[in-house]
Design a protein around this ligand. Structure first.
Ligand code: NAG
Ligand code: NAG
Ligand code: NAG
Ligand code: NAG
Ligand code: NAG
Ligand code: NAG
Ligand code: NAG
Length: 814
C-alpha cells in the first residue's frame, strides 16, 4: 500500500468523529509521553492482590522457545556477530513479580542493538527481534513502545500478564505505532512483519473513569495478534478499550478475548480478517470507525449493549465501507449490529453488510438502522441476510436489504456446520527434546553460505524421526529446491528467510521451485509457520513456493504466517540501487526480473489450510530511509490448479505480480476471505504481456486476445481470475489498482471526482464454467469493470460507489 494513500484513506473514509478522536488521542499521547518518567525502582502494591501474586509465583511452565539455545542471527545486519535477535525480558532486568515496575527493563529489551526506532526509522528488515516474556505479572507504568519487525511473545503455557499501574500513562500498554509531531511514526500502511501473542493486557487497576487502551495497533500486511486476553473495567461509565486500530492495510488477528470496556475494540483499517474473538460485558464490543472491507468469522459477543457499531458518519457520510460477518454468535446483547445504511444513505454502497450463519440468543435486535429496527432478533439463527448492491442471476444491479441465500458450503470445508479453522501451532506441549535446530544441524543462515544440502538433510531426518524443525532466525541462501517432506513440522524464528539464488532459478521458460512441499503423488501432513521465502537477484524462473502434497479434509496441512517477499530488502540485490522506478522509459531492466510465480498449488495438492499469508513483490525499498518506490518484476501471484481443491485461504493477500494476483483454474472447494490484491504500480509501462510472455502449460491469461477491441487500460494484471472452477467462495475481497505508471490520477476519485476507475479496465474475471463462484463484499479500486464474465462487463464501478472503493455486497456467478 502506497504511503500517499494513508492520507487519502483517512481523509476520505474516516468520519469527522473518528478523525477528531484520532487527533485527540494524538494530542493526549504526546502530552502523556512527555510527562512519563521511567522509574524502574518504584515498587507498587499489587493492585488486585491475590490473582496477580498467585500468577507471579506460579511454578515454572517450560516452553521450548524459552529454553532452546538462542543462535538466531540477522544475516544482513551491520554487525551480525553481535546482534541479538532473541531477548528474554528477564535478562534485561524485568522481574515479572507483580510488584516491580518493569517498564524500563522491557523497553531496554525492545531497544537494545541499534534497532529501527519509531520516529527516526521508517522500516528495516535488518534489526528483527523477539521480545519474550516468561510467565509472570509485569507491572507497566507507561507505554512499551513497539519497534519495527518485532515479535512480542509470551509463554503460552502460563500467559504473562502486563498489568497497567493505576496512574498508567500512554496510548496503549503496548503502543504499536506511536504518535509524534507529524502523526504516526511508522506509516500505518507500511508496518509489516510483526506479531504479538500469548499475553494478558490487564487494565483493571486503572480507574474505570480514566480512558485506557490495551494495545494501539495501526498495522499493515504480514502482521498478527494471536492468543491474547484484554481485561478491562465493566463498571458503568467505563472508559477502557482493549485494542485500538485507526489506520493501515491489514492484516489478521485471532483467538483474542475481551472482558469489559466502553469498546472492546475500535477498528479502522482498509481491510482485515478477524477470526475467533470473544467479547464479554462491553458497552460496544466492536466500534468499526471506518473500513473498506472487513471479514469477521467465529466472533462471540456476550452481554454487550451493542455488538458491532458500523453507524459512524451517519446516513450522509458513512465511514464504514463493508462488513462480512459469518459463523458467529450474539448472546444477551441489546443490538447486534448498528448501521447508518438505508435506501438513501450516502455513499450508496457504504454500510454494505452480509450476515451468514449467525446464532442469536436473547438478542432482540439484529440490525438497527437509522429509522430503528431493520431486522428483529430474539433467539434464532440467521442463515443469510444482507444489504447493499447485488448482481446475481441476470446481473441486473439491485439495491437490497433482505434475507439472502447464503453461499452453498462444500461439506469438506466445514466442521460442525462452520468453516474449519485451525490456529497457528505453537507446539506448547512439545518438550525441547522434540526440536532440531537447522543451525545446529549445520546450516549457516548467514545469507552467504549455500545451505541447500544442510537444510534438505535435516528436513529429511527430522521428518523420519517425527521431530519439529526450528529455523533459527537468519537468511538461508539456497541454490536449488528445498523439499519439505510429508510429516514435517517446520517453524521459523522472527520470520526466518529461505532465499533462492543463482542459475538454477534463472530460466523464465523452465521455472523451478525454491521450496517444494511434498512431491506429486505424496500424501501426509505438513505444518509450516513464521517464515519467508525470497529470491536474490535475477531469478526469472523461481517459483517461490510449490505445494504438491495431498492431505485429507479432516486433517489438512497448514501454512501460517508464511510469506513470500520478492525484492526491497537488504540482501535481495533488488533494492533502490539496483531497481529504481523508470516511469519515463519503456525499457525493462532484466536484472530486476525476480520470479516466475509466488506460489503454485499444483494439481496433486489438496487439503491445505492457509492463514495469514502475504505474497509480496516489493513496491518500495524497506531499507531506504524514504521507503522509495522500486520496480521489481515478477510473473504470477498465487496460482491454484488443485484438481480436488479443499483449500482454506484465511486472511491472504497477493500484490504486484504482472499477469495476475490470484488465479484459479479447474479447481473447486475453496474458502477465501478476506482476500486482497494490488496491481503492479509500473503497469501499463510496460503492459502485462511484455515482461512475461505466455508460458505454455501454465494457463496464463492471453491479453493479446482478450483485450482486442476493449477500451482503456486492458492489458493489466488481473486481481482475481477464475476459470472453469466450482465452489470458489470469497468472503470479502479488496482488489485494488491504484497506479498507472506510478501515478495515482487514475484511481484518485477524491482529488478528481468522477475520475476514479480508470487505472485498468478489468480486474476480476470469471471465465468458462463457473458453478458457485460467489463473492460477498467485492471491493475494487481503480477498475472500470468490477466483474467481467467471459470478457463482458457485469458491473460498472460508478454504479457502486463506496467510501473509497466501489462495492458489490452480493455477487453470484450463476
Ligand atoms: C504513579 O504513581 C506512583 C506511585 O504513587 C508514582 O511514584 C509515580 O511517579 C506516578 N507516575 C506518574 C507517571 O505519574
Ligand atoms: C479460539 O480461541 C481460544 C482462545 O482464545 C482457543 O482456546 C480456541 O481453541 C480457539 N478456537 C478456534 C476455532 O480457533
Ligand atoms: C453483564 O455486563 C454488566 C456490565 O455491562 C455486568 O455488570 C454484569 O455483571 C454482566 N452480567 C453477567 C451475567 O456477566
Ligand atoms: C435514511 O435515514 C435518514 C436519516 O434518518 C432519513 O432522513 C432518510 O429519509 C432515510 N431514508 C430512507 C429511504 O428511509
Ligand atoms: C509515465 O510517466 C512519466 C512521468 O512520470 C511520463 O514521462 C511517461 O511518459 C509516462 N509513460 C507512459 C507510457 O505513460
Ligand atoms: C503491450 O505492449 C507492447 C509493447 O509496447 C505492444 O506491442 C502491445 O501491443 C501491447 N499490447 C496491448 C494489448 O496493449
Ligand atoms: C475452460 O473450458 C472451456 C469449455 O470447456 C474450454 O474451451 C477452455 O479451454 C477451458 N479453459 C481452460 C483454461 O482450461
Amino acid at each position: 500500500m502506497p504511503l500517499l494513500h494513508l492520507a487519502i484513506a483517512l481523509l476520505s473514509a474516516i468520519s469527522p468523529v473518528a478523525a477528531a478522536q484520532v487527533s485527540i488521542f494524538q494530542v493526549s499521547s504526546v502530552v502523556s509521553s512527555a510527562a512519563s518518567s521511567f522509574a524502574p525502582a518504584v515498587i507498587y502494591a499489587s493492585p488486585t492482590g491475590s490473582a496477580s501474586s498467585a500468577l507471579a509465583t506460579a511454578a515454572p511452565s517450560p516452553y521450548w522457545l524459552e529454553s532452546i539455545t538462542h543462535q538466531g542471527i540477522s544475516a544482513f545486519n551491520s554487525d551480525p556477530a553481535s546482534y541479538q535477535v532473541f531477548r528474554n525480558v528477564k535478562s534485561f532486568g524485568a522481574k515479572g513479580d507483580g510488584s516491580t515496575d518493569d517498564t524500563a527493563a522491557i523497553q531496554a529489551a525492545m531497544s537494545a542493538g541499534g534497532r529501527c526506532v519509531p520516529g527516526s526509522c521508517q522500516s528495516s528488515t535488518t534489526t528483527p527481534a523477539i521480545v519474550y516474556f516468561p510467565a509472570g505479572t509485569y507491572i507497566i507504568s507507561s507505554s512499551i513502545i513497539d519497534y519495527y519487525y518485532t515479535q512480542i511473545i509470551g509463554n503460552p503455557n502460563n500467559m504473562p500478564v502486563l498489568k497497567a499501574t493505576p496512574n498508567f500513562s500512554g496510548f496503549g500498554v503496548i503502543d504499536g505505532d506511536q504518535y509524534g509531531a507529524n502523526g504516526l511514526k511508522f506509516g500505518a500502511t507500511n508496518v509489516f512483519f510483526r506479531q504479538i501473542r500469548n499475553l494478558v493486557f490487564d487494565l483493571t487497576a486503572i480507574p474505570s473513569s480514566s480512558s485506557a487502551t490495551g494495545l494501539h495497533w495501526p498495522t499493515a500486511q504480514a502482521t498478527s495478534l494471536q492468543n491474547c486476553v484484554f481485561k478491562m473495567s465493566d463498571a458503568p461509565g467505563t472508559q477502557h478499550q482493549g485494542l485500538f486500530i485507526e489506520g493501515g492495510s491489514g492484516g489478521f488477528m485471532n483467538d483474542l478475548v475481551f472482558y469489559g470496556g466502553l469498546n472492546g475494540v475500535v477498528f479502522g483499517n482498509q481491510q482485515f480478517t478477524v477470526r475467533n474473538l470473544t467479547f464479554y460485558n462491553a458497552v460496544t464490543a466492536i466500534d468499526q470507525i471506518w473500513d473498506w472491507g472487513w471479514t469477521y468469522t467465529g466472533i462471540s459477543i456476550n452481554n454487550c449493549t451493542t455488538g458491532l457499531n458500523m453507524a459512524g458518519g451517519g446516513t450522509t457520510g458513512q465511514s464504514t465501507g463493508s462488513v462480512t460477518f459469518l459463523d458467529s454468535s450474539f448472546t444477551n446483547t441489546k443490538v447486534a449490529i448498528a448501521t447508518a445504511h438505508n435506501a438513501s444513505s450516502f455513499p450508496a454502497t457504504a454500510g454494505s453488510l452480509i450476515l451468514d450463519n449467525i446464532v442469536l440468543t436473547n438478542t432482540p435486535v439484529v440490525v438497527q438502522g437509522p429509522q430503528g429496527t431493520v431486522l428483529k432478533g430474539g433467539s434464532l439463527t440467521i442463515s443469510g441476510w444482507g444489504e447493499g448492491h447485488e448482481y446475481t442471476a441476470n446481473y441486473q444491479k439491485k439495491n437490497f436489504q433482505s434475507s439472502i441465500t447464503k453461499f452453498s458450503r462444500p461439506s469438506s470445508l466445514t466442521k460442525n456446520g462452520q468453516y474449519y479453522a485451525r490456529s497457528k501451532p505453537q507446539y506448547q506441549a512439545s518438550p525441547l527434546s522434540q526440536f532440531v535446530s537447522v543451525r545446529t544441524a549445520g546450516a549457516k543462515g548467514d545469507g552467504l553460505t549455500d545451505d541447500t544440502a544442510a537444510i534438505n538433510s535435516v528436513l529429511k531426518s527430522a521428518a523420519a524421526a517425527s521431530k519439529i524443525v526450528f529455523f533459527d532466525a537468519g537468511t538461508y541462501k539456497v541454490t536449488s529446491t528445498i523439499t519439505i517432506p510429508p510429516g514435517s513440522k517446520v517453524v521459523g524464528e522472527s520470520f526466518s528467510v529461505i532465499m533462492g539464488a543463482g542459475s538454477f532459478f534463472s530460466s523464465i521458460t523452465s521455472p523451478q521451485p525454491v521450496v517444494a512441499v511434498g512431491a506429486a503423488g505424496q500424501s501426509g501432513v505438513v505444518e509450516w509457520s513464521d517464515m519467508i521465502v525470497s529470491t536474490q537477484g535475477a531469478t526469472a524462473g523461481a517459483i517461490l513456493i510449490q505445494w504438491n502434497l495431498a492431505s485429507t479434509s479432516s486433517s489438512p496441512s497448514g501454512m501460517w504466517d508464511v510469506h513470500t517477499r520478492i525484492g526491497g530488502f537488504a540482501g535481495s540485490n533488488l533494492q533502490l540501487a539496483q531497481c529504481p522506478t523508470t516511469p519515463s522509459s519503456a525499457a525493462v531492466n532484466q536484472n530486476c526480473v525476480a520470479a516466475f510465480m509466488s506460489m503454485y498449488i499444483a494439481p496433486s495438492a489438496t487439503g491445505l489450510y492457509m492463514e495469514n499469508n502475504w505474497l509480496w513483490t516489493a513496491d518500495h525499498d524497506m531499507e531506504d530511509p524514504s521507503v522509495t518506490q522500486i520496480t521489481v518484476y515478477t510473473g504470477r501471484g498465487l496460482y491454484c490448479a488443485s484438481t480436488s481443491g479443499t483449500i482454506w485461504m484465511v486472511g491472504t493477500a497477493v500484490e504486484h505480480h504482472a499477469l495476475y494476483q490470484y488465479q484459479f483454474v479447474k479447481t473447486k472447494n475453496i474458502y477465501a476471505g478476506q482476500i486482497q490484491t494490488e496491481t503492479a504500480y509500473w503497469q501499463p509501462n510496460p503492459n502485462a504481456s511484455v515482461v512475461f510472455p505466455i508460458a505454455s502449460g501454465w494457463n496464463d491469461p492471453n491479453f493479446a486476445t482478450s483485450c482486442a477491441g476493449v477500451a482503456g487500460q486492458c492489458n493489466m494484471g488481473w486481481g482475481l481470475r477464475v476459470v472453469n472452477s466450482s465452489s470458489i467462495l470469497v468472503y470479502g475481497a479488496g482488489l485494488y489498482s491504484f497506479f498507472n505508471n506510478y501515478s495515482v490520477a487514475c484511481s484518485n476519485s477524491v482529488v478528481s471526482p468522477g475520475n476514479g476507475g480508470a487505472c485498468q479496465t478489468r480486474i476480476f474475471s470469471v471465465e468458462g464454467t463457473a458453478t458457485n463462484v460467489d463473492v460477498y463484499n467485492l471491493n475494487t479500486v481503480g477498475a472500470t469493470q468490477m466483474v467481467t464474465r467471459d470478457g463482458k462487463q457485469v458491473a460498472l464501478f460508478s454504479d457502486n460507489a463506496n467510501v473509497y472503493p466501489d462495492t458489490i455486497a452480493y455477487y453470484k456467478s450463476s
